[in-house]
Design a protein around this ligand. Structure first.
Ligand code: ADP
Ligand code: MG
Length: 259
């Protein structure tokens, strides 16, 4: 992998315009796994539904300075970050991030505001993970423009890869116009049922079909993931030695050398 052109953190976006594919779960879990390895980690909640913020025990209604103010140039990242018990920092969202999307639209250079805002914070972190909303709107374009790399979480279920082609078309446009250096690190298979032959077939097919790397191991489907957000911690804390936590640790370990 080419080293980052800017010193400091590698910025990695987790994006897929489908909802429910484990973007948010993967951001929290990989963030916790990188933190366990001693890395300085920042997670950015770019979803107006604020699920990442909420799942880490922060009530979006109590957030005074959010990613919203940062995107609109009214606050620095460092003014808005919250330290979480999992050992990483969070740039929280609030429910009206949808308003930020609308306010950004008429602005020149609107795709670059996140990249610019993160510049001052890159030196403070080793890795910055961007949790995207289920859309390909201007905030997701900001994420792809700010990112060094993209991971596409994808459940190993029939039809779950529909839409991946559209995402990759957007990525190709971003690489042409907005961010030449964006690397696609690959698909992260999620919600994987190892007993299902179909899941194995989807897993085998998706890499070849889209000429994408498939990160390993796949993240198993387990009920332990449903419990973690209610406790306000990632699964690495709520179910330390579960198969799901272990899988995320292994994926994180495989990515460490690229950071
Ligand atoms: P997204 O951010 O893509 O919308 P989420 O991370 O919010 O997806 O996950 C959607 C739902 O799936 C959540 O209820 C989450 O708890 C659950 N989930 C995520 N990963 C797993 C898994 N490996 N096993 C079981 N449930 C999971
Ligand atoms: Mg989400």
């Amino acid at each position: 992998m080419a080293p980052s052109t800017t010193s400091g953190a590698r910025v990695v976006a987790l994006a897929n315009q489908k909802g429910g594919v484990a973007k948010t779960t993967s951001v929290a879990s990989l963030g916790a796994a990188f933190a366990e390895c001693g890395r300085n980690v920042l997670l950015v909640d770019l979803d107006p539904q604020a699920c990442l913020t909420f799942s880490l025990g922060v009530d979006p209604d109590d957030v005074e300075t959010s990613v919203n103010e940062v995107l609109l140039g009214r606050a620095e990242v460092s003014d808005a970050v919250i330290r979480c018990d999992d050992g990483f920092d969070l740039l929280p969202s609030v429910i009206d991030l949808a308003g930020a999307e609308a306010m950004l639209l008429p602005r020149p250079g609107r795709e670059y505001v996140l990249r610019t805002a993160l510049e001052a914070s890159r030196a403070a972190y080793d890795v910055i993970l961007l949790d995207c909303s289920p859309s390909l709107g201007v905030i997701t374009l900001n994420a792809l423009t700010a990112a060094d790399a993209l991971i596409v979480p994808m459940p190993c279920e029939m039809l779950s890869h529909r839409g991946v082609g559209q995402l990759l078309d957007t990525v190709a446009d971003v690489q042409k116009i907005l961010n030449r250096d964006l690397e696609v690190w690959g698909v992260l298979p999620t919600l994987f049922d190892g007993r299902s032959r179909h899941a194995h077939e989807v897993l085998a097919d998706v890499g070849a079909r889209y000429e994408l790397s498939v990160l390993e191991p796949p993240i198993p489907k387990t009920v332990r993931f449903a419990e973690a957000p209610a406790i306000g911690r990632s699964i690495l804390a709520t179910a330390r030695s579960s198969k799901g936590a272990e899988a995320y640790r292994q994926v994180a370990a495989s990515l460490l050398e690229r950071l």
